[in-house]
Design a protein around this ligand. Structure first.
Ligand SMILES: [Zn+2]
Length: 264
């Protein structure tokens, strides 16, 4: 009993300490005591895109240049779901907020990173399991309520090769890792996450055709971050995420800049 109480007390102190650190993290960044990790890929015409239906690559053209026009200016076109982007709650569910309606408070908060790179190396169709979360929590403590959860699968190694990134088999079925429906539901119902993220094209795995993770997350009014970069530069917990999506009125999602503020 004594040991149990001591463990609980230490746990509470750790959480309070972490909250205090996170509350001051912006000050720490400005004083050079914390680091900023940009989790955003640069947009360009080589970016992988969702290779189905009417989705198209990113396009950019110069419409004025300094030599000729005395000013440099460009124009671009892109699907909303290309590059590092957010899936708004209305992406897969009716009557849910569009990207411009997601409140700031939902886009800033504590975050954790779950590393499943070892498992994905063995199995490209690997999906996060409840026992992976249990194992993570045994080592790092419970995922704080209201966190954003980032799944590090190692897929970013393929970002610069679209064929390898979508990893289609001869039948045209894609193969890359993802969350399972059970873990999405658990993270919503038991950890009250603000949203989830992943370093692949989709929160669902490549050969998961029913989009159960998208439906579960969007039904709960939550978002998914996709093609998230630089997850290997993050600690497992104790960092703060800032997600800044483009404000497309009524949009189903869109490009966003994502920063992680982490202790040095
Ligand atoms: Zn998307």
């Amino acid at each position: 009993m004594k040991n149990f109480l001591r463990t609980v007390a230490i746990g509470i102190l750790l959480i309070l300490g972490e909250q205090r650190r996170q509350a001051g993290i912006l000050e720490d960044v400005m004083e050079g005591k914390a680091r900023v990790v940009d989790l955003t890929y640069p947009l360009n015409e080589k970016n992988p895109y969702w290779p189905v239906g009417n989705y198209t690559p990113f396009r950019y053209e110069v419409i004025a240049n300094i030599k000729k026009d005395m000013v440099f200016s460009g124009r671009y076109s892109t699907p909303e779901h290309l590059g590092t982007h957010i899936d708004a709650p209305n992406h897969f569910e009716l009557n849910q907020p569009s990207v411009d309606q997601i409140p700031f408070e939902q886009l800033v908060g504590p975050a954790v990173m779950i590393d499943i790179t070892d498992k994905v190396e063995q199995d490209h169709d690997y999906v996060l399991s409840l026992s992976d979360i249990e194992q993570w929590e045994k080592v790092h403590g419970q995922i704080p309520d209201g966190s954003m959860v980032l799944l590090h699968t190692g897929w970013s190694k393929r970002w610069h090769n679209f064929e390898e990134y979508k990893n289609k088999d001869i039948q045209g079925c894609m193969h890359f890792p993802g969350y399972s429906k059970e873990t999405a539901v658990f993270l919503i119902e038991k950890r009250h996450v603000r949203g989830i993220g992943i370093d692949t094209l989709s929160g669902d795995c490549g050969n998961c055709s029913a989009f159960q993770v998208h439906h579960a997350i969007n039904r709960a009014g939550k978002f998914i971050l996709e093609n998230v970069a630089n997850l290997d530069k993050l600690p497992p917990r104790g960092f703060t995420l800032i997600v800044a999506p483009i404000k497309i009125e009524g949009g189903s999602g869109g490009q966003c800049r994502i920063w992680a503020l982490a202790p040095k």
